[in-house]
Design a protein around this ligand. Sequence first.
Ligand SMILES: Nc1nc2c(ncn2[C@@H]2O[C@H](COP(=O)(O)OP(=O)(O)OP(=O)(O)O)[C@@H](O)[C@H]2O)c(=O)[nH]1
Ligand SMILES: [Mg+2]
Length: 708
Amino acid sequence: MKVYDEKHLKNIVLLGAPKSGKTLLAEDMIFEAGITHRRGTIEGQNTVSDFHEIEHERGNSIFATVLHTEWRDYKINIIDTPGFDDFVGEMVSALRVADTCVVVINAQNGVEVSTELIWNYADQFNKPVIFAINQVDHPKSNFDDALESLKQSFGNAVTQMQYPVNQGEGFDAIIDLLKMVMYKFPAEGGKPEKLPIPESEKEKANRLHNELVEKAAENDEKLMEKYFEQGTLDEDEMRAGLKLGMIHHDVFPVFVMSAKKNMGSGRMMGFIDNVAPSPLEAKPETTIDGKEIAFDSTKPTALFVFKTHLEPNLGKLTFFKVISGEVTSSSELINSQTGAVEKFHQLFIMDGKTRNPVDKLVAGDIGATLKLKDTYTNQTLHAKGFDVTINPIEYPEPRIRTAIVAQSKGDDEKIGEVLTKIHQEDPTIEVGYSRELRQLIIAAQGEMHLAVCKWFLENMYKLHVDFVTPRISYRETIRKPAQAMYRHKKQSGGAGQFGEVHLKIEPYVEGMPEPTEFSVRGKEVVDLEWGGKLVFYNCIVGGVIDARFIPSIQKGIMEKMEQGPVTGSYVRDVRVMVYDGKMHPVDSNDISFKIAGMMAFKEAFMNAEPTLLEPIYDLEILVPEEIMGEVMGDLQTRRSMIMGIDSKGKYQVIKARTPLAELDRYSTTLRSLSQGRASFSQHFTEFVQVPFEIQQKLAKELHEVEMA
Ligand SMILES: Nc1nc2c(ncn2[C@@H]2O[C@H](COP(=O)(O)OP(=O)(O)OP(=O)(O)O)[C@@H](O)[C@H]2O)c(=O)[nH]1
Ligand SMILES: [Mg+2]
């Protein structure tokens, strides 16, 4: 297989709302270039991209799939991504290594909620964007509305390159505004005939062509001058202008196609060859210490791993982009995170599940290898002596969490192990045993994401599990000062135990003045693992408690803070002044003071108006205008505080603060309220006091759990 240099490589990612036609478009692209000899269909479950059994079962993409096509003198690496935002992790990984985004729009729907979300990512990565308005053969296709919705959402940079002559069932012709020809397709699609623009379309085509010329000229002063002198630009000049515009996000070219009828993908590939930036023209990669690495095959090797996948009967496939230098089928590289040496034995260009062996890949290219020992998504492999770590991908936070239990007890450990493997492949799934909640918690992007995870456990690993509602991490704190003393005394037989501790506790707030009522001999500020602080003061005077017992008192207090007196939840934000006590010359020891400290703390805590805090999350919900009311109504039933409402294109963004306890399966509710047309993100913001009635109920419930 031919090795393409960095000038002749293009890396694109297919993005777009669910069912817009990305997978089918990828199928067209590789068929047109002769990589495959038959076009699969979604319904026939035989596309190159959707090759996993679970994708067939569900009828949509779940994984990002790497394919390639060779069009004219260029190699285009294509990554087809899933549209459902449950699988956003796959999309973000693919976006990270692509140099151009092709955002597929369904001509029946125009911009959808998912398009807006995808846009946020494309924009954040600052990658050039091409829009492909697909499905123009559909009886309900409305190209003009779809184009208008693009302009409304993404502004003036939306640049029309083409329009369909006869959309709907009879669709078979496109007017191209750059080349000023009409492409007319045979009934089976494929290679079109190039025809002159018919008389009836001339006026419209000329007008739109002039707009396009102007748009191309705007991106460069020299082109602008030329345009004023000549009144127009030639094709090459237009390409140069459009390329600059694409790189700077001033131009988002819009193409027309029908993936189903195989019409239009060839012209877009030609444009990608000639205009979309190559890795050399794209923004250089950056390392974690802020250095730039240009795609240069003459430099030492560095690879960025953007995906790993465990294939049954095959082993682990590692997908990477060559950031610098070149990689061969026998390279030896170092994992920058672990320092481990990874030896390559094979090198592939992938087309779905087909592995095409190659000897070498150069900077800018995307490839895969098998059986690397210890390398995972987001890691860098580099040549010896070229010590770099490429900036890792930042994945969005999980939006749904559940506790997971094995149907047969003995499987618990195995489930933990398998889930850790799943997390290594898909970092948007987080897994961990919560010591606090005493549950194995799995956090993911949505119901469908969880279902896929369960499918894997059951089908690949024969592990049967149930999802159960997870407990909530509450915190305990106090609202007023209180004092207590405790004497621990045991004098029956053998060595006795004796320790007496007097202490005062107070709510701790950042920046509060130091205590004045005691004489402070020592102070320790403990940043608690679970958030908040314990500030511990030793105020013992006259040696009534020996200095060597003070750490034991603190230890006893810490132990109680790990299992709060009210509900067994973690305690936070208290300060403790140990100001008096007693020792026994023989019987006092560490354990006695630990117990005395713990018990005195517990008693003081219960008298200090203990309160329960609950985790609050910031939500950002993207919804179509017409269902705003319902979504807001639902939020109100969840003890939410609405923080603001903004509009974004034809959508509204609701910002709210909601207790985690009220967010159980929110993604499911939102999906059914909106028929899948809304989306949300969430992140933890703070702990706040639980309303009194709820606290009483919880204190009882949680204490029962604790005692069980
Ligand atoms: N009429 C028509 N149908 C299309 C076209 N492209 C795709 N479809 C149909 O739309 C459905 C979804 O197509 P896919 O290619 O799976 O869409 P996708 O964007 O990959 O979907 P996800 O993987 O779920 O995000 C299938 O039933 C296709 O046959 C098109 O150009 N015209
Ligand atoms: Mg798909």
